[in-house]
Design a protein. Structure first.
Length: 242
């Protein structure tokens, strides 16, 4: 007759089963390998890039074509920051609609016409807008306006019947900041038309944003009025010529 299992064997078996259940319950992100970034935003590459989700209850992408072409990849940590921020906004700002723009290739490198976006740590976000009735709507993006990038807002932050929703924008930056900290990432800087910063700082989250987020104060080669560019900070490996 086979011997009955010892008490220690039974305990070991129970511990093994509990450990297996705990491992199965852990989020996937703890077992999946993170992306690896190399170099800088203006001279870099990415290994194991992750594509931002196409859409969610309160957000979408600037272009289905852009997704198909692979122009919405980022470092895996940045993907989680973006998606966690939208999840938080779905609870705190359920009536607001958000749209993200371009980020980069799965393997990084130059993604024209952008001069940066090369190492998976940068994302463009289209400005949230309200219609003439004050309802939150998605910025209209199509081939005729370069999928939103050719839209020009006036000094009053208006385009046709649309108005930039600075409160919604501020809430997004606040959520991004929190999600970044949760992932061990920092918001390095935000590029947004300097003329609009006073309006942004007057919002409910304005004081927090002004204190905790850095904005590029000088104008860059292309006006950032229809979108705001966020550079995240995360340790990258040195770029070596391949």
């Amino acid at each position: 007759m086979p011997r009955a299992p010892t008490r220690s064997a039974l305990c070991l078996s129970a511990v093994t089963r509990v450990a297996a259940l705990l491992m199965a319950a852990l989020p996937f992100k703890t077992t999946a390998a993170d992306s690896i970034c190399y170099g800088t935003p203006s001279s870099g590459r990415l290994a194991g890039g992750a594509q931002i989700a196409k859409s969610g209850p309160n957000f979408g992408a600037y272009s289905a074509l852009g997704i198909t072409l692979g122009r919405t990849y980022v470092h895996s940590k940045i993907k989680r920051v973006v998606e966690q921020s939208y999840a938080a906004l779905a609870k705190s700002q359920p009536s607001k609609t958000y749209l993200y723009g371009e980020s980069g290739w799965a393997e990084g490198g130059r993604i024209r016409p952008h001069r940066t976006h090369q190492n998976g740590l940068a994302v463009d976000f289209m400005v949230p807008v309200m219609d003439a009735q004050g309802r939150s709507v998605a910025l209209p993006t199509n081939i005729g306006n370069a999928y939103g990038y050719d839209i020009e807002f006036d000094p009053a932050a208006r385009f046709e019947h649309l108005q930039i929703d600075f409160e919604a924008l501020a809430e997004h930056l606040y959520a991004i900041h929190a999600a970044a900290l949760n992932q061990g990432v920092k918001v390095g800087r935000v590029i947004f038309d300097p003329a609009y910063l006073p309006k942004l700082f007057k919002t409910r989250r304005g004081a927090f944003i002004k204190k905790n987020i850095s904005f590029l104060k000088s104008r860059v080669w292309i006006r950032h009025d229809e979108h705001y560019h966020i550079d995240f900070t995360y340790p990258c490996r040195r770029l070596v010529a391949r």
